[in-house]
Design a protein around this ligand. Structure first.
Ligand SMILES: [Fe+2]
Length: 255
């Protein structure tokens, strides 16, 4: 696991960006967090793997609660939901909250760190809201899970972002999908957007990724800082059949 350090002008705090843990061992992640002592820990989605398909108390079975308990003891820890969290329930979120972490499910909170007012938001994956909508419409878990096209392509819930952007302070939005940035976020005055999901483009050659879900071949947003504000982590694990090549897993620090 590589530790990557980026400078984002105007960022008033030091942030650890943890993405795509996918239920993998996390001892080295905690070791890095203890060594680097960030002011905030932001987990921008896909801490679960979510197979087999099963609803509820997923976070406990996945073994991720001890990770969040340890992380939240080090610094305020905010968590947003990625596509692999599509089946989390209110009970899952309650258990996450019990660790001391702050799950932000299309929601925002403020916190003061180093004298700066920070406005932390979490934009859940469209897969999360699509699945909930299908279940609320009366579909069984299996029938909802079979609606693959809807689950893959439904947009995220954006209505709360106006109020979020209007809140005074430095805005940090956890948004698992980097491809949401050009589609839904670029025109908004959000100072820092934290993403993962692309796994660095799986195979990296000449500083360029080969493929990313949601972006296809030769994806543009797989790693690094774009427009001085979208910061994409290559993530901590792999969940694709294709191995990662020339593309080490990473934890990102922003300051
Ligand atoms: Fe993802």
């Amino acid at each position: 696991m590589q530790e990557t350090y980026y400078t984002v002008p105007g960022c008033p705090v030091r942030i650890a960006l943890v993405t795509d843990l996918h239920e993998r061992p996390y001892a080295r992640v905690l070791e890095s967090l203890r060594k680097n002592r960030p002011d905030l820990i932001c987990a921008a989605g896909d801490f679960l793997y979510a197979k087999p398909v099963r609803e509820g108390i997923k976070v406990e079975a996945a073994g991720v609660l001890p990770f969040f308990r340890a992380a939240a003891a080090l610094a305020p820890c905010y968590v947003s939901l990625g596509n692999h969290e599509w089946m989390v329930t209110e009970e899952d979120l309650r258990l996450l909250r019990e660790t001391g972490a702050h799950p932000l499910d299309n929601a925002w909170e403020t916190v003061t760190r180093k004298g700066a007012q920070l406005v932390l938001g979490g934009l859940s994956s469209g897969r999360v809201s699509a699945y909930r909508r299908l279940r609320e419409a009366g579909l069984t878990m299996e029938a909802a899970a079979a609606e693959k096209d809807i689950l893959a392509h439904d947009p995220p819930v954006l209505g709360w972002l106006d109020e979020y952007c209007a809140a005074p302070g430095y805005h940090i939005l956890l948004c698992h999908h980097p491809e949401y940035y050009p589609r839904y976020l670029k025109a908004r005055g959000i100072e820092l957007i934290l993403s993962g999901h692309a796994h660095g483009g799986q195979v990296r050659l000449f500083g360029q990724g080969l493929y990313a879900p949601g972006q296809g071949l030769f994806p543009k947003l797989t790693s690094g800082v774009t427009d001085g504000r979208l910061t994409v982590s290559r993530g901590l694990a792999n969940c694709q059949l294709v191995p990662r090549l020339f593309n080490p897993a990473e934890i990102v620090y922003i300051g």
